[in-house]
Design a binder for this molecule. Sequence first.
Ligand code: MSP
Length: 657
Amino acid sequence: MERDQKKKFYITTPIYYPSDKLHIGHTYCTVATDAMARYKRLTGHDVLFLTGTDEHGQKIEDKAKEAGCTPQEFVDNIVQGDRGILDLWNLMNISNDRFIRTTDDYHVAAIQKIFKKMYDKGDIYKGKYVGKYCKPCESFWTESQLVEGKCPDCGRDVQDAEEEAYFFKLSNYADRIQDLLENTDFLEPRSRVNEMVNNFIKPGLEDLCVSRTSFTWGVPVDFDPGHVVYVWVDALFNYTTALGLLNDKYDDYDHYWPADVHFVGKEIVRFHSIIWPAMLMSMEMPLPKKVFGHGWLLLDGGKMSKSKGNVVDPYILAEMFGVDALRFFLLRTFPFGSDGNFSNESLIQTINVDLANDLGNLLSRTTAMAGKYFGGTLPAGRQADALDEELLGMVAALRGKYEEHMEKYAFQNALAEVFKVIQRANKYIDETAPWVLGKDVAANGDRLATVLYNLLETTRICGVLLTPFMPASMDKLFDQLGAGEAARTWESAAVWGGLAAEVSVTKGENLFPRIDMDKALAELEAARQAAMAPAKPAIEMEPWQEDVDFDTFVKSDFRVVKVKNCEAVKKSKKLLKFTLDDGSGVDRQILSGIAMFYKPEDLIGKSLVAIVNLPPRKMMGLDSCGMLLSAIHKENDEEKLNLVMVDDKIPAGAKLG
Ligand code: MSP
């Protein structure tokens, strides 16, 4: 069907900050969006699924500085590098149609035009910003919004901020936003509406600071050099620039905008349900149909964060348990609108109970019996029984129930309906006891074929409904069931009889192997420890020396010495001769074999450290009274040496201890 004949569905994830590697909490939101996008495609929609990265802002600028690279190099590495964001979405089988980076040229140019439009309209004006700024959250706050003096979102310290800045007239839109939130279904779940209205709108919406001058890593305000656009203005409009708003890169704005739903985490609901619609009103653009604020995955009841050292690496989990099992677990276990506590135990438990035991067993037992009793191909004869009615009734009602939940983004409830049927089918095996019928296939063939067909068909329909959650595994399941293309469609999930009457099954690989809980937990713990272990040292370490007793050690007399003169020793490639002020009033001479590391003239005037109570030694006929201390290490098999130097303020003769 042509794209324009289908109903369009435009869905987005938040665009992620590439400031650190993503963890399982970020993966949760993207997997949920992917499952919804796949569901909508399955149900015949023309879907556009957008995700991307939000790459500007002070946090990224600071992190790049720490890492010793440019901000662009820094974000490129996290986005496109090994095990970066693109790799992660690829691994997790995320089916996004588009990926936007806010550093993309077309986006930057479009943001400049958008900012100018709001300025020309009078909704953006120049003023002075005095307030508080939370650096990790990139959020401005007024004094009254702080909670016990801290950032209301993350609870961390905020800093004073004062600078010339542009402001957006958010206050002008307060009434319209309140009406939108209270009197429409714009924001869900409903509980989030009260939070927004009571915490942000009722206390009075203040104008929003939308430019910064204290750093440069952002979209420049093209009519006022020195200002960069506030990162949230830059970020929110990604949902429209990625469709082609005010740029030539894409041409889908008229077709897909407004978005059908933005999935966002609860802490960024404020930006999406207040600031975003207000700016769209200013731009006179249609509003998205819905913002859905999902809950957080918590660890031990608290937020996942790198600083707490408790983030969970989706790569490790996906590699150990399989991508589909992980995707399934995330949406089966936690109600989408509320917080949920992540644990490895519940992940393994869910895989073992739902996937290995219930679904896996249903498939393997049924295909095995079809193989054993009928050589893999069912005969056409049928014999129904009252025992079949309950199962068939549940299957007939399943798609409708599932759809009702999916339309409300209630993934957990949709999956619960599917698993009720799977459990019922396993019970049906016990009730019908095909192994008893199989004792006399000649006599019971029609009944036995009916039981097995009912099981295969039930599994097929459940498989169709599980496809958005576990796409790769369901393809394999359909292959084992002998389900052709037409028996994998949404329509076919409402019609009994998608499998041919004389269907041929193949007993294939075990799709969801049972996990040994203790062994897996131990492996996860080892992986966690390995991830936390300090990185391989940058240098090749010299082994530690044997212990020396304290009294011997303290006899060594280390002093600060100043280099009065330094020259190469004739006929020696290695030796430098130092004339040193050691604070005693009499010059000290030390010879040191470091000519390959320093030019003598560079050392004159430097303050070094020497051990001064060694007996004098003759070298090339000259006395050496002591030794200069230096740090020695190897880099790529090459020896490196650095003399220990101390601050010039420390006088010659000062004792080290
Ligand atoms: N860059 C902004 C979004 C801009 S959208 C125009 C941002 N990025 S983020 O990388 O910090 O977060 C992206 C999403 O991941 C947010 O929706 C956030 O709620 C979600 N999650 C981060 N940690 C999470 C959990 N532990 N659990 C569930 N979702 C979590 O915010």
